[in-house]
Design a protein around this ligand. Structure first.
Ligand code: HEM
Length: 527
């Protein structure tokens, strides 16, 4: 049997060689032996000399590495690597063009990476993202320059800020965010405005749909119009919408293709065009006197004033404002879309959530925000399950010096990815001990196990120095929207209530996308 197998293989190989035209035979054999030598050297011999370096997922073509499959679906490459390394979940690496990217999957290693803020730095990643967003190198250097004395700290003096640690403006911006979203005062103010606008924009969307399509709407467009419209008004005021009534659609058209920025995609004319249109609206807005731009939030106000104090140009300020619009909006409407698609597909869940949220709405139509926070376990579970199931984000760090993670040492100046998704599909998420149901969308898992949402394996909001300061607001935004929608309106699904499939072969950053043409259609009217 062994002989016959061997003979068969030899015959197959000879037949294969016979198929190749003779002038090509030697060049092809030469290329194949170079590739084989490369592969044996790189993935078998080299690791012996560097036992502490994370193992690399093998590939055949030098330079290109895993670039193409990673662009189509980073998650699948990571899952393939996990399987190849026999599920040890030790740090490993993959090669994308000229870069080796390191991956951390194990929750203990993730916690170690988040804790280690001295060598696993986040600032450099933010700086890189800002450059990719088009902000000039000159502004970047100025913004991240630490003043060496109080006298040199012009920005703090101009704004009357206390900056005892002599932080750079880049570092202070994170403090501004925390004051806005984590501090009592700032949060309360932003939440009140946000919920007010959700109510207002929702009513406006329903009225428009009623007048134009008899109440029929695409779920995706409806969700983004309400949530992006409300959040942008809450943070920037309403003047922006007088300048550009289609601001939400322009921003969302840019956002849908924004992955092209991060991947430095060459065919990105449409994305650049939409980005420029968003920035034109922001430019007109920023040129108006401040008293004409009522309703600006603390964070937008601080960013504008502090950037002007360090001499940032108008071009860069406009891009920085666009980055704010992006950070505020890019995730929440996508999570909410998937939550609503599943809600309208599941009559049982819809009935539970309808009765749970009913008490949050008074007879005069005002929201009880404390009730939304504390007494809506199923609605919060629906939001968490949408994050678990559809988020494809990663935390990114730069290992500034050689950094030990578990038993491995990540070399200096390496980019490290901590993807959330692989852990979101592990056994602890299963609702039963006898079957693994992690591949089924089921919010009940978060209701049954109250600790799941705060466990180390569930990290849709990242952790450590990049732990999302908007996490509480995002949750409240989605819960309030669902409460107002079910409490004040009748919603009917038109046609099949199937949840759209996800697009498998489109690069995604943040959330998985619904397949083209599969959007859910709804009809909505006042109760
Ligand atoms: C479902 C909604 C949201 C999700 C899933 C989400 C997720 C995340 C993640 C994963 C990060 C860390 C990125 C990294 O480590 O590189 C982050 C950072 C951040 N998020 Fe959120 N976020 C959401 C909503 C919000 C909202 C509503 C706001 C503000 C109103 C916000 C503000 C921020 C800010 C300021 C940062 C830090 C960005 C930086 O330093 O560059 N997020 N978010």
């Amino acid at each position: 049997m062994i002989f016959s197998d061997h003979d068969q293989r030899l015959r197959f190989f000879n037949n294969f060689l016979d198929l190749i035209p003779s002038p090509l035979l030697y060049p092809i054999l030469a290329i194949a032996s170079v590739l084989l030598t490369f592969r044996i050297w790189r993935f078998t011999i080299r690791p012996w000399f560097h036992p502490q370096e994370p193992r690399e997922l093998p590939y055949w073509i030098p330079y290109l590495g895993h670039t193409i499959p990673y662009l189509w679906s980073g998650h699948h490459v990571v899952m393939r690597a996990q399987k190849y390394f026999k599920n040890t979940r030790e740090p490993f690496s993959i090669t994308l063009i000229d870069r080796t990217i390191y991956f951390i999957l194990h929750p203990d290693d993730t916690a170690e990476a988040y804790k280690n803020t001295t060598t696993m730095v986040f600032d450099k990643i933010v700086q890189n993202l800002q450059l990719m967003f088009g902000i000039s190198k000159h502004t970047m250097e100025r913004v991240w320059l630490k003043p060496t004395s109080k006298e040199e700290d012009v920005m703090a003096q101009d704004l009357g800020l206390s900056n005892p640690g002599l932080k750079s403006l880049g570092e202070l911006s994170m403090d501004f965010w925390r004051t806005q979203l984590v501090g009592q005062e700032g949060y309360k103010n932003a939440e009140t405005k946000l919920l007010h606008y959700i109510d207002e924009v929702l009513a406006d969307q329903v009225k428009r749909a009623d007048a134009t399509t008899g109440g029929a709407l695409d779920l995706s467009r409806f969700t983004r119009e309400v949530l992006v419209g409300a959040a942008t008004r809450a943070f920037f005021g309403t003047k922006l919408f007088e300048i550009e009534p289609d601001f939400v659609e322009l921003y969302c058209a840019f956002d849908a293709e924004s992955w092209k920025l991060w991947f430095k995609w060459p065919f990105a004319k449409g994305m650049w065009r939409n980005k420029a249109k968003v920035e034109e609206a922001l430019r007109t807005w920023i040129r108006l006197p401040r008293e004409e731009r009522e309703g600006m939030s603390y964070i937008v106000d601080m960013v504008e004033q502090s950037q002007k104090a360090v001499g940032t140009s108008e071009d860069d300020l406009v891009k920085i404002m666009n980055l704010l619009v992006f950070v505020i909006n890019t995730n929440t409407y996508k999570a909410c879309y998937w939550a609503l698609a599943h809600l309208f597909n599941d009559p049982n869940l819809l009935s539970i959530i309808r009765s749970e949220t009913a008490s949050a709405l008074s007879s005069s139509g005002t929201l009880d925000t404390q009730y939304l926070r504390d007494s809506t376990p199923w609605t919060v579970a629906l939001f968490n399950e949408a994050l678990r199931f559809y988020s494809a984000s990663s935390s990114i760090r730069l290992a500034w010096t050689p950094t030990r993670i578990g038993n491995m040492i990540i070399p200096a100046k390496s980019v490290v990815f901590i993807p959330f998704r692989p852990n979101h599909f592990t056994d602890p998420f299963s609702t039963t001990s006898y079957t693994n149901d992690v591949h089924i969308f089921n919010p009940e898992r978060f209701v049954k196990d109250k600790k799941l949402a705060t466990s180390q394996i569930f990290r849709p909001f990242s952790g450590g120095s990049s732990y999302c300061p908007g996490r509480v607001m995002a949750r409240q935004e989605v819960v309030a929207f669902i409460t107002l929608l079910l409490g004040k309106y009748e919603v009917e699904v038109l046609g099949d209530a199937n949840v759209p499939e996800t697009q498998k072969r489109v690069p995604a950053k943040g959330f998985l996308k619904a397949k083209e043409g599969q959007d859910m259609k709804i009809r909505i009217g006042r109760r």
